[in-house]
Design a protein around this ligand. Sequence first.
Ligand code: FES
Length: 116
Amino acid sequence: MSVASLKFDSEDLLEKGDGLRFDIPVLGPHATGFVVRFQGKPYAYVNRCAHVPIELDWEHGKFFNMTQEWLICATHGAMYSPQSGRCIAGPCQGKSLSPIPVSEQGGVVTVHLDQF
Ligand code: FES
């Protein structure tokens, strides 16, 4: 089965704002991913905490912590670098989120699920 890339309008992806969620059928029927914007660039990850494999966002799209510097898992507070996906604090020590290739050009953010 070939998986297409996904496209989002750049203007829908706000700096340190809500993340945009999407399905990842190749990982299972309920698997999701997300893309956020941080310091101007889009970053996409599988929406699965490295501590316990559940979605990070309790409230859909809310991936940033209060200071908007880190991605946070709402369940037990694991914190990740938005740029690298590396765990920086909490019960995810030594682990990382799974990155998904993403690019942006001409007002379109493309999540490359076809290269994942
Ligand atoms: S499940 Fe995410 S911090 Fe534990």
